[in-house]
Design a protein around this ligand. Sequence first.
Ligand code: ADP
Ligand code: ZN
Length: 321
Amino acid sequence: MTKLFGGIEAGGTKFICGIGTSAGEILAETRISTTSPDETLANCVDFFEEQRLIFGNISAIGIASFGPLDPRLASAKYGHILSTPKESWSNANVILPFQEAFDVPVGFDTDVNGAALGEWRWGAAQELDNFIYLTIGTGIGGGAMVNGKLLHGLLHPEMGHIPISMRSESIPNFAIKPGSKPSISSDKKDALKKPFGSPISVCPFHDDCFEGLASGPAIEKRWGLKAEVLDAEHPAWEAEASLIARALQSFICTFSPQRIVLGGGVMEQSQLFPLIRQKTLEELNGYIQLPPIDEYIVPVALEGKAGILGAFLLAERAIIS
Ligand code: ADP
Ligand code: ZN
């Protein structure tokens, strides 16, 4: 008999809860506002209680969550959100209410690893053992499958916080003579502070990270308008594509992905894809031979459904593990 799974895509503004199968059917779905952990998680438990009366018992639950979080099964903090600016959620145990209410295995991973899993089974990364999934929206996050497994590690990757090169506009590209005092001319110092013309980073931790410079809020801060209202010819997209391409160069060189899947609100701007592909090739400068670039850097295939579908797969994997 087909097993039923509960899935949750847990975000900072909403929790999407669903009932589905590992065949990718979504039988029921609801949206719950993110308030306090106690209230939000109790509302999710109530939803699954109701659905259980209609569809029958759930075999496992999978949660693909905002972070930072602890996805390591052997850790005492497994299932917890770690320190987050969303104060009341710091140290929240997200899995316990479901373990108590339903006594089933609960899979838990990052929202981006969940979405990566969904894209792997049904979407843009089918049959690949090594790929990355990036979302470029309110924040920037990345999930990675490495040798067929979702990558964790110390905790999980934080691909949005890699520094983005500001290149020779700001970094002297000459060798300093031994014994002489290095100096950067004042116009170069200004350039150092102004990637793409304005001193902006929306990341509270870094001046020059990918999320700080290229997330939706960063576009809005730089250009003074919400990203979704900028027209396709706006110079914002050229700059955005350059920043993304610089990040992709780093990811290609470190993860050696067989494909890169790009999603999130900002990537709704389909004119970004050709720009990013071309600029990524320029960044790599011929050093790494890629597959045809149109098949290498691709949009998501599951639209908004990768998260919830991936959560069902996290549930399925929680039974196996
Ligand atoms: P979240 O990251 O909060 O889950 P999204 O992926 O939709 O949600 O990202 C929201 C961000 O993406 C906002 O900064 C918004 O300005 C931007 N955004 C949303 N839709 C578009 C669009 N069509 N074009 C460009 N930017 C968009
Ligand atoms: Zn940062």
